[in-house]
Ligand binder design. Structure first.
Ligand SMILES: N[C@@H](CCC(=O)N[C@@H](CS)C(=O)NCC(=O)O)C(=O)O
Length: 219
């Protein structure tokens, strides 16, 4: 049975990183559109798949998995020999991926989320932006990116010289900062972050996903 991805259609948030891994790994999948406005993610049927009532969820031949980063790791592992290698096999190389993934979740993601929640998400809902909160998030993210600048001065990607799931996790919200006129990811003050980020957002799989939204390869 073909893998099913339950998600909204825009590649923002966790559904975007799962869709990116599916594309990078060339995994055929059916997209089951979940209409969040219609609260389809809060129906008893959906809550049986995801007790917190969120997207994304995958159904891999009856195996149900939620939490986008867990899904990405699962797919990268299951399809290790297909498409872009996203998880190194060596013990130490794998530990470095987990280190970078923890940095993303503990340091990068909270700052980016604060900015996105206070700016783009509010604009989308027609609510006034709290600029002080946005600025606070930008200051927080700047400090994290100063450290990224040091790390990326020594290696191509966050876990070493290969693109891995740890880099993938950064696509959840950060690519949308530029859409809101915030060029923090491509500031010339951090040439190594700039090089890394430009490379990430130019990956063909991401360019296609951002332009076309999430579309299954089979229906
Ligand atoms: N940690 C979860 C977060 C999932 C999440 O926040 N999903 C949002 C997508 S915009 C959602 O479903 N929001 C609706 C809700 O929480 O009711 C993951 O990475 O999968």
């Amino acid at each position: 049975m073909v893998l099913k991805l339950y998600s909204a259609s825009l590649p923002g948030s966790g559904q975007g990183i799962v869709a990116l891994v599916l594309a990078e790994k060339q995994i055929p999948f059916e997209h089951v559109l979940v209409n969040l406005d219609a609260k389809e993610h809060k129906t008893p049927e959906y809550l049986a798949k995801h007790p917190f009532g969120q997207v994304p969820v995958i159904d891999d031949d009856g195996f149900i998995l939620y939490e986008s980063r867990a899904i990405c790791r699962y797919l990268a592992e299951k399809y290790a020999d297909q498409g872009t290698p996203l998880l190194p096999k060596g013990l130490k190389e794998r530990a470095l991926v987990e280190q970078a993934a923890s940095v993303e979740f503990a340091n990068f993601f909270p700052a980016v989320t604060k900015i996105v929640r206070e700016s783009l998400a509010k604009t989308r809902r027609g609510l006034p932006i709290d600029q002080a909160a946005v600025d606070e998030g930008l200051t927080e993210l700047s400090a994290k990116l100063d450290v990224y600048e040091v790390i990326l001065g020594k290696q191509k990607y966050l876990a070493g010289d290969e693109f891995t799931v740890a880099d993938v996790f950064h696509y959840a919200f950060a690519p949308f900062l530029a859409d809101g006129g915030m060029d923090i990811m491509t500031s010339k003050e951090r040439p190594n972050v700039l090089r890394w980020w430009n490379e990430l957002i130019s990956r063909p799989a991401w360019v296609k996903l951002k332009a076309e939204g999430i579309k299954g390869t089979v229906s």
